[in-house]
Design a protein around this ligand. Structure first.
Ligand code: GLU
Length: 505
């Protein structure tokens, strides 16, 4: 049906930090656009001046840039369909408001908030629609003269769409199929407000999708209830032929229980719901972000891609290029996707494993520096290679590897009690002599030689290994003993064992 060039848009309202669900919407739009050789637009929907939050627009751009979601046009990216900020398009919308009024598909209404409240009290389940509009103060009930006078006198008014009742409106959704709604349940939504001379979301959204030649509207499920109104608007504006196709994405659900994932779930369960850290400009409250929490952008993209879509098989690890190849709206689910935060960590772990040790070491360097450590890059790389399988985040490496960089200053009491035996000091003193002559100081050769010595002496292998670990690490953790000695080198290994003997004997 739709043979047009694929053009999609991500159209956030700058009302605060971009929620992770919004990030997923942007990602799916991007995957769809790139797969189809299409274009992706960033449009800022800032017609609700009440809810405008400074900094939100920059935050959105920085977030998506961090994640590798690229735009072809839009705010800060340029393009020939601009301006892309709705607040800069006032003049454009006014023409279409006038067109709808002229063609009797919309009307002017003067009802004040007080009058509306009064009606709500008089009529139960009041809705401004075909059944009530003739009881209200609007251009359908007032004479043209009265209307003109009221406007001239500076009375505030709104323009409402005139919904014809009792008509089935069909929304063809690429994920949900045909959704049919009877127009009688819809209200005469406000399209324009004289107070700020701005259209509301509904009108601006339709006009811009049309003028920007948007072919597909891919957005969150929360917008599905607005879709019938949007279909009617396309029709009333005479744009039915070029109406975009719709795809409403499933909700992101709480990790447990029912309902939509909220910021409170994140606070409660200790995970970010925002891509980047966000400081609320009004309250000063800081919310954590995926970036600052140590996530790789590739891991976040991979994780989000699978929240509401699957490739049709069991494959889980996919980079952006592969996602672009495999994505399809037909494989998006209709039911909500549970937000499994542990799975997010798992993805980050998988990406650490897949990254070159050199890259992970580069990311770990600043963490080491924070701890006052200056280490050789090749040494850090070696340690990272040994230990990265134990962590989900680069910053967790410090806890796992600090003993590679600083000798233990004290020894864990519990481990000492359990692992340091009466004859440990004596035996380790002998071990030092074995190590001293060992050449090369490699992993396997050293291990073989030490074990042969233990056997020859009839010592207890476990006891010696445990005491040595305590001496090298300061506690009972760490990788294979001879991996540690090899990394530390002969001199440092001997120094640590010697010190443990002095302190613990
Ligand atoms: N401005 C709306 C939002 O904040 C856009 C919805 C749409 O994509 O149509 O999500």
């Amino acid at each position: 049906m739709n043979q047009r060039k694929v053009r999609v848009r991500f159209a956030p309202s700058p009302t605060g930090a971009l929620h992770i669900g919004g990030v997923r919407t942007a990602l799916y739009n991007y995957l769809f656009a790139k797969q189809n050789g299409g274009e992706m637009i960033l449009r800022i929907e800032d017609t609700d001046s009440q809810r405008f939050v400074p900094g939100a627009e920059d935050y959105i751009i920085e977030s998506l840039t961090w994640l590798g979601i690229k735009f072809d046009e839009g705010v800060s990216f340029g393009g020939s369909y601009g301006p892309y900020r709705q607040s800069e398009r006032r003049e454009i919308y006014k023409d279409y408001v006038d067109q709808l009024l002229r063609e009797n598909k919309a009307y002017v209404a003067f009802d004040t908030p007080e009058e509306l409240d009064k009606k709500r009290q008089e009529i139960s389940n009041f809705q401004y629609d075909a059944s009530t509009r003739m009881l209200m103060r609007n251009s359908l009930t007032l004479s043209e003269e009265e209307v003109n006078t009221l406007i001239k006198e500076g009375n505030q008014y709104v323009v409402r769409i005139k919904i014809e009742p009792n008509e089935d409106v069909t929304v063809n959704d690429l994920i949900r199929g045909e959704v049919v709604i009877n127009s009688s349940v819809l209200d005469d939504k406000v399209l324009y407000k004289s107070a700020d001379q701005l259209p509301t979301y509904h009108l601006a959204n339709i006009v811009d999708d049309h003028l920007m030649e948007v072919s597909h509207v891919i957005r969150g499920e929360e917008w599905l209830p607005s879709a019938p109104l949007h279909v009617l608007l396309y029709r009333n504006l005479g744009w039915e032929e070029t109406m975009p196709e719709f795809a409403h994405l499933p909700l992101l659900l709480k990790p447990e229980g029912n309902g939509k994932l909220s910021k409170r779930d994140g606070d409660r369960l200790g995970f970010p719901v925002f891509p980047l850290e966000w400081k609320d400009p009004k309250t000063g409250e800081i919310s954590s972000g995926y970036r600052e929490s140590g996530y790789f952008p590739e891991a976040v993209v991979n994780f989000l891609a699978l929240l509401g879509w699957n490739p049709g098989d069991d494959q889980e690890i996919m980079d952006m290029d592969e996602l672009i190849r495999k994505f399809s709206l037909a494989h998006c689910s209709r039911s909500g996707a549970k937000f499994d935060y542990e799975k997010g960590k798992w993805f980050n772990h998988q990406y650490i494993l897949r990254k070159e040790n050199k890259e992970v070491a580069g990311l770990f360097m600043p963490v080491l520096e924070e701890h006052g450590i200056k280490a050789e890059a090749s040494y850090v790389e070696k340690v990272v290679g040994m230990m990265k399988e134990r962590v989900s985040f680069v910053k967790e490496l410090w806890d796992q590897t600090s003993f590679f960089f600083v000798a233990p200053e004290s020894y864990d009491e519990k481990t000492v009690k359990k692992r340091w035996k009466e004859n440990s000091a004596e035996q380790l003193a002998e071990l030092i002599e074995v190590l001293r002559t060992r050449e090369p100081f490699d992993i396997e050769g050293t291990e073989t030689e030490v074990k042969a010595w233990i056997e020859e002496k009839g010592y207890h292998l476990g006891n010696i290994m445990n005491a040595t670990r305590l001496a090298l690490v300061g506690e009972g953790k760490g990788p294979h003993i001879f991996d540690i000695t090899e990394a530390l080198g002969k001199e440092e290994s001997i120094r640590r064992i010697q010190r443990a003997i002095e302190v613990l004997k």
